[in-house]
Design a protein around this ligand. Structure first.
Ligand SMILES: NC(=O)c1ccc[n+]([C@@H]2O[C@H](COP(=O)([O-])OP(=O)(O)OC[C@H]3O[C@@H](n4cnc5c(N)ncnc54)[C@H](OP(=O)(O)O)[C@@H]3O)[C@@H](O)[C@H]2O)c1
Length: 341
């Protein structure tokens, strides 16, 4: 991409991720000449007191844009499937948040702390991984480099905002209905965009059920981890669970390293690693929690401990803001790498 002092940007989608992209670009002083914002329909929106005009997405709208950050709905009729390749034809570099291009061999799948080097291989589209994968690989990568990793077993506890603004609205409506009925029943009749009730509930289903009875989200964690870390031999098994948290995914991660590494060494290593904050004084009640990480850029790790039964088995508790490091921030970091080259 041609080096400029300021760039023409587009953000596609003004759902929970798109809004955070607009915030991240502003807060990180991304050098912007013009910023176009697209969604399915036009409207004016306000983000942190500033008004923005949202335009209806069209192929022609991408003319003159240098970088487009896509945060529209994924899938066949979604923004990226419909418009990403057309934008690339106009010379745009697309950074896509959805799953449409993640496993395409021509598309780098990037978490800058892990594989920033892959950015330069792009042919117009760069993919942002799934939110739960991003925070896990940020925590795993320094350990992988130091001691190797042969096994990962992860259980995620994923916030409602991970499923977009309709899920956040469902959670709010359910909480409000149940509390206004004075908790006489925990069942609600509000319209659902999610497969189950979110409020006062957890459910072990994110995405549809797929091969070997794992969900699509669970397979994303396997395949994306292999692609980002460049090692298909790591045995990754996931259980992905939706919990009634607004924002901030938590993950209980068990790993088996190839070489022995003491929990204290893991703590020191992660404390020095880019994008990670270790909070690990459990006896003082200090460990990462989603309510504390909302709005933060880093991946937070705590409860680092040795498995008492398995040689080289280590447990971690990993928490991050799914809308920031899990989506918008990661995309903006990729854009920052693009313009730094
Ligand atoms: N939420 C997360 O934590 C998270 C994390 C990682 C990745 N992602 C991915 O990021 C993307 C956005 O997620 P989200 O949670 O922000 O969703 P969301 O809250 O449901 O918002 C979706 C936005 O996309 C727009 N949109 C949908 N179809 C479009 C189309 N064909 N053309 C243009 N705009 C379109 C919608 O436009 P209107 O406003 O006009 O309806 C809306 O503004 C998804 O691909 C999701 O999988 C989300």
């Amino acid at each position: 991409m041609e080096k400029k002092s300021k760039y023409n940007l587009a953000v596609v989608g003004v759902g929970v991720v798109g809004i955070e992209m607009i915030r991240c670009l502003k807060r990180r002083n991304f050098p912007i000449d013009t910023l176009k914002i697209f969604a399915r329909s036009s409207r004016d929106i306000e983000v942190d007191g500033q008004e923005y005009q949202v335009k209806t997405i069209s192929e022609d709208g991408f003319k003159g844009i240098d970088i487009a950050l896509f945060a529209g709905t994924e899938g066949e009729k979604g923004a990226a499937a419909t418009f990403a390749k057309a934008a690339v034809k106009h010379g745009v570099i697309v950074i896509d948040n959805g799953a449409d291009f993640r496993m395409d061999s021509n598309v780098p799948l990037v978490v800058p702390e892990v594989n920033a080097k892959d950015i330069k291989k792009h042919k117009g589209i760069i993919a942002n991984p799934n939110c739960s994968t991003i925070q896990m690989v940020v925590a795993l990568w320094p350990i992988y480099k130091k001691a190797g990793i042969k096994r990962v077993i992860v259980t995620t506890l994923q916030a409602s905002s991970g499923a977009g603004k309709s899920a956040v609205e469902q959670l709010n409506r359910e909480i409000s209905e149940i509390s206004s009925a004075n908790y006489k029943s925990l069942q609600t009749n509000v319209e659902k965009s999610m497969p189950q009730q979110l409020a006062y509930n957890v459910f072990p289903q994110i995405g549809g059920f797929a091969e070997a009875d794992f969900t699509s989200e669970e397979w994303k964690m396997v395949k994306e981890t292999h692609k980002i870390m460049g090692d298909k031999k790591i045995k990754v098994s996931a259980t992905t669970v939706r919990v009634p948290v607004r924002t901030g995914h938590s993950e209980s991660v068990y790993i088996e390293t190839k070489k022995p590494i003491a929990p204290e060494a893991v703590k020191t290593l992660l404390s020095k690693s880019a994008g990670i904050i270790v909070i690990d004084e459990p006896k003082k009640g200090l460990y990462p929690m989603p309510k504390d990480v909302e709005g933060k850029y880093e991946v937070f790790v705590g409860r680092i401990r040795k498995d008492p039964f398995v040689k080289n088995g280590i447990w971690l508790w990993v928490v991050a803001d799914n809308l920031l490091k899990g989506a918008a921030l990661n995309a903006v970091q990729i854009a920052e790498y693009l313009i730094a080259k």
